[in-house]
Design a binder for this molecule. Structure first.
Ligand SMILES: C[S@@+](CC[C@H](N)C(=O)[O-])C[C@H]1O[C@@H](n2cnc3c(N)ncnc32)[C@H](O)[C@@H]1O
Length: 194
């Protein structure tokens, strides 16, 4: 990576997650969108790993599948579900509960898609609670949050409150945000399960 590249919360999420992953790990992309994070995760865990992706839009599934095919990623161990991430605990095989190495959320709307189909506070917080149960010890949860779009501020406040109350002896929680931005930029929260 170029040393002069501008900082980005998306790149930072990838950097933190890559640092925790090994070949063969099992991971979740909770908001597939156009498939950038699914592709990134599949490269981190390799052909012996498992990637589970969730999105509520058929368009997101199609874009993600096309992206993986274009990048010649083997699809055998990638499971793409058109389901809300709220249901991830029910959908993940019981053998994988408490075994997940990384779970990524990139909230908001599908870029280039229907801007009214956004992630919302209540279902996101339910999915975050499921994520904590699915993570293994040493696993990481990343959440990229967009307070700037309609509805985004409410979701941002709910997640901030949720993250701040997590028990300090069970989780380490960090946040990464730009302090001198002129607009309301996206920011990142990462939760490490001890
Ligand atoms: C910002 S996009 C994700 C971008 C994606 N991670 C990527 O790398 O291209 C947010 C996505 O969340 C999806 N979404 C909204 N509500 C959801 C829910 N309850 N469960 C899963 N996905 C949801 C939207 O359909 C949208 O595709």
């Amino acid at each position: 990576m170029s040393k002069t590249r501008l900082l980005s919360v998306l790149n930072e999420a990838h950097r933190l997650v890559a640092d925790r992953l090994s070949t063969g790990d099992c991971v979740i992309d909770a908001t597939m969108g156009n498939g950038n994070d699914t592709l990134f995760l599949s490269r981190c865990v390799g052909i012996t790993g498992y990637v589970y992706g969730f999105d509520i839009q058929a368009e997101a599934l199609e874009h993600t599948r096309e992206r993986l095919v274009r990048e010649k990623v083997g699809l055998e161990q990638i499971v793409l579900s058109m389901e809300s991430h709220e249901h991830m605990e029910r959908i993940m095989p019981p053998s994988m509960h408490a075994q997940i190495a990384a779970i990524m959320f990139n909230l908001g709307y599908l870029p280039g898609g229907d801007l009214s189909l956004i992630t919302v506070a209540e279902t996101t917080v339910n999915a975050l609670n499921s994520s904590l149960r699915l993570l293994r010890s040493g696993g990481i949860l990343t959440i990229v949050i967009y307070p700037g779009h309609p509805g985004g501020d409410n979701e941002s406040q709910a997640i901030h409150a949720w993250a701040a109350q997590l028990a300090h002896n069970a989780y380490q929680v960090i946040s990464y945000h730009f302090l001198n931005a002129t607009t309301e930029p996206p920011y990142l929260i990462a939760v490490y399960k001890i």
